[in-house]
Design a protein around this ligand. Structure first.
Ligand SMILES: NC(=O)c1ccc[n+]([C@@H]2O[C@H](COP(=O)([O-])OP(=O)(O)OC[C@H]3O[C@@H](n4cnc5c(N)ncnc54)[C@H](OP(=O)(O)O)[C@@H]3O)[C@@H](O)[C@H]2O)c1
Length: 397
């Protein structure tokens, strides 16, 4: 059951996708592949990242293969595959990964799983915009030449079973500790782009100053910089993030918000007596006790929005409203509000997901917007929190 179209929204056959994707073996397209759920937002809502059209939210896959921080087990793979299928069928076409994701022997597992899931997807994938994979290349100290970065890109393509990536991103800059390596990274991006291995290039963990430098270097080589990924959330909205956003806007670069849920702290499901397993608990123990006001704002706004949304659906539908949908809109949750805040700030959030429930709930962050008053209430509460997220060690100025 699909939702009624938004007023004035174009009619769109979501299944018709004209161009050929860089897939090596196109998957069969069984007729009538059933949706687990109808679209939970307007799936034609897309934003531009350089030449790409992507959903206003993507999903992050850091956890897919990471035992240490995220407790990954191979037994989770079938649910992860369902997560991927459900997301794609509901219009999410952006998936973030990295060549360093996966701990120990599982290194590269996130890319490998995505490759398998794309291959086995029982639906139509024809256009390059149907699935946009954004992977990141680690600036390992042994990757010293542009050719080594191009090889890294080819290895990612191999694991992903693709001929071309959506976005090839530098995972971090070496400017802080090995500035001489930096040029090789940049030239690597140029070569990948020129060879057609990536449709767009991006960076991650670059601050505003370093972003201006790489943008101008790439521009001198005729390569547009399309995206900048940075930690960005209600727990990570300091001056640097805001300055970066301003620079991105002035250069036409799309900001991708990673850890939009503060590694899970903004979901509201944790507190001092209920911490996640593993190393996250150390960070959560320090930050969570000061988040009471922010978490209660998130909850209150979620409750209010949920009521408004279900009333909207009742008003829109002349016939009977599906109870399943009403239940969903009634039960809007903090997580959706935290993600929606990132969207309202003009970024593309990529919350990490590892269960069907996460995907279903996070899809509910789309199709609506917080009001300016709600945004300012959330930001005031966030600013009052005594401790914020620590910044990535590789983040540059
Ligand atoms: N460029 C970089 O250096 C960099 C760094 C970090 C992340 N990233 C990217 O950004 C993505 C997202 O960031 P992140 O994974 O660090 O953190 P996040 O998105 O802030 O938090 C994700 C975690 O929150 C919990 N969660 C998600 N949806 C939920 C829901 N609906 N209800 C309850 N809990 C929910 C899950 O963990 P639990 O259920 O275990 O609590 C999930 O793994 C990553 O996957 C990765 O692709 C990039």
């Amino acid at each position: 059951m699909a939702l009624p179209p938004a007023p004035g929204a174009p009619a769109m056959n979501f299944a018709s996708k004209p161009r050929g994707l860089g897939l090596r073996r196109p998957s069969p397209e069984p007729p009538g592949a059933a949706l687990r759920l109808g679209p939970l937002f307007w799936p034609w809502e897309k934003v531009k990242v350089g030449p790409l059209s992507v959903s206003p939210m993507g999903f992050g896959t850091w956890a897919w293969g990471n035992q240490l921080l995220w407790g990954y087990q191979e037994s989770m793979d079938s649910e992860l595959q369902e997560c991927f299928n459900l997301a794609l069928r509901n219009g999410i076409n952006l998936f973030d990964t990295a060549d360093s994701y996966g701990t120990g022997k599982l290194n590269g597992q996130s890319e490998r799983l995505l490759g398998k899931f794309i291959r086995e997807f029982e639906g139509s994938i024809k256009s390059p915009d149907d699935v946009v994979i954004a992977t990141k290349f680690a600036a390992y100290p042994w990757r010293l030449t542009s050719g080594q970065f191009v090889s890294a890109c080819k290895s990612s393509l191999e694991r992903l079973q693709l001929d071309q990536l959506g976005i090839g991103q530098l995972h971090w800059s070496t400017a802080n500790y090995a500035p001489l390596q930096e040029r090789a990274l940049w030239d690597g991006l140029v070569e990948m782009y020129e060879k057609g291995l990536v449709r767009a290039v991006g960076v991650s963990n670059y601050g505003p100053k370093q972003l201006l430098k790489i943008h101008s270097y790439l521009a001198s080589k005729g390569v547009p910089l399309s995206s900048a990924q940075v930690q960005f959330s209600l727990l990570s909205m300091g001056d640097e993030q805001m300055e970066l956003k301003t620079v991105c806007d002035s250069l036409g670069i799309r900001l991708i918000a990673y850890s939009p849920l503060g590694l899970g702290m903004l979901t509201g499901k944790y507190d001092a007596s209920n911490l996640p397993k593993g190393p996250r608990s150390v960070l959560f123990r320090q930050i969570l006790p000061g988040l009471e006001s922010l978490l209660s704002s998130l909850r209150r706004i979620a409750e209010k929005k949920g009521k408004t949304m279900s009333q909207f659906v009742v008003n829109m539908c002349s016939s009977e409203v599906p109870t399943r949908f009403l239940k969903k809109t009634n039960a809007m949750i903090s997580t959706q509000v935290a993600i929606n805040w990132c969207i309202c700030k003009g970024t593309i959030p990529i919350p990490g997901v590892k269960s069907i429930r996460h995907v279903e709930e996070n899809l509910g962050a789309l199709g609506w917007r917080l009001s300016p008053a709600e945004i300012s209430e959330l930001e005031s509460a966030a600013m009052a929190a005594p401790k914020k997220m620590i910044q990535n060690v590789f983040q540059t100025a």
